[in-house]
Design a protein around this ligand. Structure first.
Ligand SMILES: O=C[C@H](O)[C@H](O)COP(=O)(O)O
Ligand SMILES: C=C(OP(=O)(O)O)C(=O)O
Length: 449
């Protein structure tokens, strides 16, 4: 065991408490929160430091153009859907996408879920009004309930413990699916062949048959497919609720370094990345690989200062910038950041999140995104990096393995009226299973350049 639990205080790790932390719940009962923090601090870690270190080296490879990151999962996981079927569908989707991308990139794909902890959401407004009734906004299952009742919307610290327990159970299932026969390359390839049977996807035929031939070639050469039954998989979430993240932070007995053991990778959201804010301070003090979301208003100076604070020793793989500019902005807003970071010579792994800058409200009132905009942002991301001579290192997407109707378009042409059929997300719209695979085929083509 390489970690120690850490009840009590630690001047460095607790410094964030003296700073402004945006988007935190207003817990009604401080004593109840303290009791929960103590329980979490005494709990077993979800991930161990050595695995976070492994991920850092994988992300360093992605930053150098020797690997490609695929990070995907729900906008907001829910406790109710943390069941084996839903988890399996998500894992299956990510594995299918990864095979397609591996072929396109001719490089290893680092697989990471927005899973096993993605239970807290930053919101634009603290309140929600329906039919003249105003209640606190839903902030994710880690904080309050989605039901539109005064009782459900009160933040409840017991939910932090539930989030930990359900994350632990989810991670257990994820490990089972990624290390057993489920992840077998031949099996994943069969699923992709099933997807290709739908004539709607005929445009991907060439890539699909190239993958097919590559696998038959490997087989003919006597490749050890049994060795490919296990895949390396990592979990991540937005480090939003600092009481939760702090309580799960432990010192590694090997080095004395602090690790946030709630996930391998944590990111700071666009709404909480203030240079002097609590989130930047807290994550600057943990050794996990970390990310920061950068929206279109980010200036080169801010990006450089974030890099300085979060990665003062210029460790490769430590810092990922997840850009989410919007399709209409990416070609103008991204180049100054990429050029400044490149000129300064600081190591950053660049990843595109083509979801969050492309949110619109449909005529029928649904919060949605256009599949074409999502793809266009990815295309812009590749164009900018290729023009600058820098590395497009990965893709961060909100997706589900289920057949929901939340994003407009795709070959199945979900339209405004179609959104109502299976709109299930509690916050932001996700690509469904088919749209996720289509995206992988298109990004594979972009990777081949
Ligand atoms: O996922 C991102 C944010 O939490 C989300 O876009 C906020 O949504 P809101 O504007 O509906 O609060
Ligand atoms: C809130 C999120 O994104 P952003 O911080 O980029 O808005 C998210 O990824 O869930």
């Amino acid at each position: 065991m390489t970690t120690t639990s850490e009840p009590g205080t630690d001047a460095g790790l607790d410094h964030f408490r003296t700073l402004v932390a945006l988007q935190q719940p207003t817990w009604p009962d401080e004593a109840a929160l303290d009791a929960v923090r103590d329980r979490l601090a005494a709990s077993a870690p979800l991930v161990v430091p050595a695995a976070a270190d492994t991920l850092r080296s994988r992300l360093a490879a992605a930053g150098r153009g020797e690997a490609f990151l695929l990070q995907g999962g729900d906008c907001a996981e829910t406790f109710a859907e943390a069941n084996a079927d839903r988890i399996r569908n998500k894992i299956r989707t990510i594995l299918q996408m990864a095979v397609i991308l591996t072929h396109g990139a001719s490089m290893p794909v680092v697989k990471m879920g927005r899973m096993a902890g993605q239970y807290a959401k930053p919101r634009s407004s603290d309140a929600e009004t329906r039919d003249g009734v105003t209640l606190p906004a839903y902030r994710g299952d880690m904080i309050n309930g989605h039901a539109f009742t005064p009782e459900a919307r009160v933040p409840d610290p017991e939910r932090l413990v539930q989030a930990y327990q359900i994350s632990s159970a989810t991670w257990n299932v994820v490990r089972a699916f990624t290390t057993g026969g489920f992840a077998d390359l031949r099996q994943v390839h069969e699923w992709n062949r099933g997807f290709m049977r739908n004539p709607a996807y005929a445009r991907y035929e060439r890539t699909a048959s190239e993958i097919d031939r590559a696998i038959r070639f490997m087989d003919a050469c006597g490749a050890d497919f049994d060795a490919l039954r296990t895949v390396e998989f990592f979990v991540s979430h937005e480090a939003l609720v600092l009481d939760y993240e702090r309580a799960l932070t432990r010192r590694d007995t090997r080095t004395g370094d602090a690790y946030d053991t709630s996930a391998h990778f944590l990111w700071i959201g666009e709404r909480t990345r203030q240079l002097d804010g609590a989130h930047v301070d807290f994550l600057s003090r943990v050794a996990n690989p970390i990310g920061v979301k950068l929206g279109p208003t980010t200036t080169p100076d801010v990006a450089l200062e974030l890099a300085r604070r979060l990665n003062p020793d210029d460790v490769e793989g430590r810092l990922t910038f997840v850009t989410r500019m919007g399709a209409g902005n990416v070609r103008d807003a991204l180049p100054p950041l990429v050029e400044a970071v490149s000129r300064a010579g600081v190591p950053v792994t660049w990843v595109t999140d083509p979801m969050h800058g492309n949110t619109i409200t449909s005529a029928s009132g649904y919060k949605t995104r256009r599949f074409d905009d999502v793809l266009d942002e990815v295309r812009g991301f590749f164009e900018v990096h290729r023009a600058a001579g820098t590395v497009p290192g990965g893709l961060h997407v909100e997706l589900t393995g289920d057949d929901v109707t939340e994003v407009l378009g795709g070959s199945e042409e979900i339209d405004d009226a179609g959104l109502a059929l299976r709109y299930e997300t509690l916050v932001d719209p996700r690509l469904n299973h088919q749209q996720s695979l289509e995206m992988a085929f298109q990004v594979a083509e972009m990777l081949r350049g």
